[in-house]
Design a protein around this ligand. Sequence first.
Ligand code: HEC
Length: 306
Amino acid sequence: MVYLEWLHSDYPARQTCQSCHMPEVHEEVAITSVLGVPRTGFRQHTFVGANFLILRLLNQHRGDLSVTAMPAELTAEADRTVDFLRSQAARVTIRSIETSNDRLNAEVFVENLTGHKLPTAFPSRRAWLHFQVLDRNGRTVFESGKLNPDGSIEGNDNDADPLRFEPHYSEITSRDEVQIYEPILGDESGHVTTGLADGVGYLKDNRLLPSGFQKKTAEKDIAVVGKAADDPNFTAGGDLLRYSVSLDGAQGQFQVKVELWYQPIGFRWAHNLIPYESMETRRFVGYYESMPSATAEVLARAEATH
Ligand code: HEC
């Protein structure tokens, strides 16, 4: 669906897939080593994407998986992927902060800088907001979306229970609410599933839209599904989200920190493989559990005091 998402955005008039995924070579290159004539206008075949996790996993379990690529090559490719994600995927801005009646209200804008949905492509991808309020002593007064040591997200219903999931929020008021930009697949009987062969549609799709993407006219395959469809602040290019949280008598100055996190393979996608009695799934889950902190990266962050 990546191409259709791009086609429905305003990128076709501005930027091709290659302009982002294949870095331009700023010098002349000979395309053959024999009798090659130097020419301009080339791009590197790096095809940087988003899956730093599989690169790290292949490297860490290289013996087990008979990986022949050199450790330094896989590390370099994983680093290139993380650099790409950090520099070109998203921007987070704190639009406003105010306190009244022992509450702190903040508006956070998350902007998608890619030419398609963020995250796009394979549905195990997810991005989410970690929002924190600290008091004058640096003590955490409120927190939503913390990454747990096992790779799950604190407060995410889907990580706690495979049959439930977090809805899209336009406002977050408690710790057990987390804004997660993700596709949630549903099977024929409407249950949440991560089985690609069982999925017949989306129960939720609030992945961030690219610039120019009109959700009203998007065809079914690339439509926004769930509460985001009717959220007037979830629009082309990003999501404006409000946090309204209790300060429990804490004293300012307050520090507000927001991070947009990303996982190529979310906790639920890996953990749903546990019941299967096969060597491949057992191995994969074992790898995932052996390196949970390597499953996630921060795409963008913002901080402000009030
Ligand atoms: C403006 C820059 C930009 C354009 C244009 C763009 N992409 Fe991307 N693309 C990104 C970034 C940044 C990511 C990583 C974040 C994400 O997954 O959305 C990405 C991710 C992807 C992924 C997911 C990789 C993964 O491992 O999950 C695929 C596939 C992809 N792009 C293909 C395409 C195709 C095909 C096009 C054209 C139809 C395209 N991109 C246009 C910037 C761009």
